[in-house]
Ligand binder design. Sequence first.
Ligand code: SF4
Length: 470
Amino acid sequence: MFVESLPVGQPALPDADTVIATLTAVMADGADHPELWAMIPALAGTIPDLADRLTTRADDALPIALLRGLVQAARGDCAAALAALGPLALHHSQSALVQGVVFHIQALADPDNPRYQLAGKVCTAPFEQLDVLEASVHQCCASWLQTSAGDLGTTPWPQVWNSAAAQAVRASVLDGSYRYCNKTACPKIQANGLPEAAAVAARSPFWADVITNARVALDRGPRVVNLAYDRTCNLACPSCRTERYAADDATRARFDRLQDVAILPMLKHADIVFVTGSGDPFASKNFRQLLTALTPQDYPHLRFQIMTNGMLFTPRQWAGFPNLHGRVAMLKISIDAATGPTHEALRLGARWDTMYENMRFAGQLARSGVIDQFDLVFTVQHANFREMGAAVDLAKAVGATGIYFARMTNWGTFSASDYADRAVFVPGHRDHPAFLAAMADARLRDPMVMLGDLAEFAPDRAGQGRIFVH
Ligand code: SF4
């Protein structure tokens, strides 16, 4: 769609500044444009001073730097291009545009790696998932897909579900550009876990219609709903927030209305509700109310994914939520440590002895079949990477069915330099060699381990068997 505006192939050769202006105008939307990056070699070949102009221009620093990297890669020096873009990639870790350019150059450097071949593969999330934040909704985890489909606080949910933005995201999946996705952060892309279109089409008439007719406006609602609007939590973890947070009365009233008007009606059509990626379900009065309202009588098909820091997951709390009994498809406890001192340092307000007992209780529920699965979640950062192997032992000791490792994301909590100090998985970090040694731990090859967006650091890319979503 944007390609037509590029003056390539016209009788009069465009000058470098015209090409740069056209490209940067397209890049202003913040989305990835792989179809343009694919044209860079031809542009660089036919416009001799393009590289020079990109080197001498200081305006529009971010797009110019990205184009400079793309031209450098087009000339065969992918390693230098990636090294030059490294600091920008770290600073803009959630930008679909920046991460898309990095992904494109990585693909040039490793052309036979199927992870980089996205055309013809279909991510099903934007066709069946809705993550509800305080003033936006996303068709996937918002940290991988920042484009919002709308606001359920102001717009009826069926309109949001089929908004222009929602349809554009779906179209980007079907055309293979995935232009709104954060390609270096998405665990499905990183693990080469996206299914082929033909396999998706064979799943059901719904999917056959989506694939065959490029259907982006859907007549059925989201199947998976992730509730992430209430940040209320009993802890204040440095990786997430700087101080403890509880919604005030006015905010709670707003969430009450959101739940009555949008969430409860929308969940009538859903199979899975995820509570919560934003805080803790047992600390939030709104989520507690909601869990009480979602009875098996009114929502007979609905099953739960519960994500908690675990401190409140006691036998007594569990007994207070009979609606959950026998209906939890997945319980996730976010742990980020394998020892008491590290856990209490990273989970301000937590107590390790209570955590350990609560995890053992969760393990008993999984063993007895009251909940289907129980995974630990371990967000890797400088303060805990040396405990990754021991965390697998811990998962087994408490009876977890899996453990998921992921890179720590900067949710806006950290300055760029603070995040760089914690992001031990980034090549160039002073302890990156020690991190790579920790990734070689044989315990991380256990079938219960999911390495998500860390798999590329495992010596044999182990840990890709099961892909964790949310
Ligand atoms: S970020 Fe990944 S999981 Fe999310 S929609 Fe894009 S491809 Fe799918």
